[in-house]
Ligand binder design. Structure first.
Ligand SMILES: Cc1cc2nc3c(=O)[nH]c(=O)nc-3n(C[C@H](O)[C@H](O)[C@H](O)COP(=O)(O)O)c2cc1C
Length: 395
């Protein structure tokens, strides 16, 4: 059986992936307290490198105020580069390309994680989800400039560490999304206002990262952008807003778009009369300007083919790569019968899943990981938001 997802893919900047399968960013929460890479993370990615064309590594904060959870990776200091180099090498085994996701969590943090500091955001508006969110402080204009510059510095460090690219985490209700959202951005200066004005922060971050690439990269280096297509709060981002955002990205220097959803076939969460898959609408709006990564509930080889059939160029898997590190290798070996679609709690050490990650997979993610011990293991995200997208109840 020859699958389309096994075909190589070349980005416009010349980076070639050996196949169209991507490991989606799945945070391990296993960095040291100060964000340095641990051996647990090296083992987790090392076990998953080599088959997929590209790994998008878990999210790293670009500045201390951007830390969103304990055990989060940091790319905020030059001291992080040595550990990040080991991480990049582990991911790049046997020709897999390594991209690191970078972000600022904004209001999706709290004063415990920030060691006593109040979280910051575009405006002083508390998130609706989770219910115990803290009210953030509105960033000053100078702080906004500092964060934009920090994205550039982080990109310089990713280049020095040997990654093949960075992905801006503009999804899952973190700071980039908070500036675009009419819910969290009520600013009256140049960073707020109408839809175009609310794109200003993302545009400035893209420009800052691209400038770092132009200045420091001695090889083709990818710049990706991950977005969430809708919010469910009112006011909030609607699909029409995201399609306008996609237009902006289409004209920007980014090399690819990545749409964060729990099901790649999702239709609008807000407009139930709209039956066209969101990915198809985004693909149409892009009109060939940028490649598109689809993600969400891909498990079987046929699932991956179906996501390409929606019009995407690449297919990412998150949970399935946690359960089955050798997915691509097994498909190549005609050994599909041994693909794991369930996760046994007893096999998590063998699968090189760090202990901190095991704990949260068995906790907040239990109902969606397809645990062998879960009687409702067939549960799926279907047409609802997945954990991590920002609508979750208390985690
Ligand atoms: C344990 C776990 C950790 C995740 N961490 C991240 C992350 O760091 N950044 C991100 O953009 N998405 C993150 N996600 C979302 C995934 O990238 C993906 O979009 C989602 O799980 C849907 O894909 P799947 O059905 O293949 O798992 C995470 C998901 C899981 C299950």
């Amino acid at each position: 059986m020859s699958y389309q997802f096994m075909e190589p893919f070349t980005f416009k900047n010349g980076v070639t992936l050996k196949n169209r399968m991507v490991m989606a960013p799945t945070t391990t929460m296993s960095s040291f307290y100060d964000g340095q890479v641990t051996n647990d993370e090296i083992a987790f990615y090392g076990a998953r490198a080599g088959g997929v064309g590209m790994i998008v590594g878990e999210v790293a904060n670009v500045i201390a105020s951007g830390k969103g959870f304990e055990g989060e990776l940091s790319i905020a200091s030059d001291d992080d580069i040595a550990g990040l180099s080991r991480l990049a090498s582990a991911m790049k085994a046997n020709g897999t390309k390594a991209v690191l996701q970078i972000f600022h969590a904004g209001r999706k943090s709290n004063d415990r994680i920030l060691r006593g500091q109040q979280p910051v955001s575009a405006s002083a508006v508390k998130a609706v989800f989770p219910e115990d969110s803290q009210e953030p402080r509105a960033l000053t204009a100078a702080e906004i400039d500092e964060i934009i510059a920090a994205f550039g510095d982080a990109t310089r460090r990713a280049i020095a560490a040997g990654f093949d690219g960075v992905e801006l985490h503009g999804a899952n209700t973190y700071l980039l999304q908070q500036f675009f959202s009419p819910n969290s951005n009520r600013r009256t200066d140049k960073w707020g206002g109408d839809r175009d004005a609310r794109m200003g922060f993302a545009k400035a971050v893209i420009a800052s990262t691209q400038a770092a690439i132009d200045q420091f990269a001695d090889r083709p280096f990818l710049l990706g952008y991950r977005l969430s297509p809708e919010e469910i709060e009112t006011p909030g981002i609607r699909l029409d807003d995201s399609l306008a955002f996609v237009d902006m990205l289409g004209e920007s220097p980014v090399d690819y778009l990545h749409v964060s959803m729990g099901s790649a076939h999702r239709t609008s969460l807000n407009d139930k009369s709209d039956h066209m898959p969101i990915l198809t609408q985004i693909k149409d709006r892009l009109a060939g300007r940028k490649p598109l990564i689809g993600v969400g509930s891909v498990e079987t080889p046929q699932d991956a083919e179906d996501v390409l059939a929606l019009g995407t160029d690449l297919v990412a898997m998150g949970r399935e790569m946690i359960r089955e590190p050798q997915w691509v290798e097994k498909v190549l070996d005609h050994d599909e019968a041994s693909l794991r679609y369930q996760l046994s709690p007893s096999e998590m050490d063998e699968l090189r899943i760090p202990r901190a990650m095991q704990a949260y997979l068995k906790g907040a993610f239990y109902s969606v990981m397809h645990f062998t011990t879960d009687p409702n293991t067939a549960a799926d995200y279907q047409n609802a938001a997945a954990p991590m997208e920002g609508f979750e109840k208390k985690m």
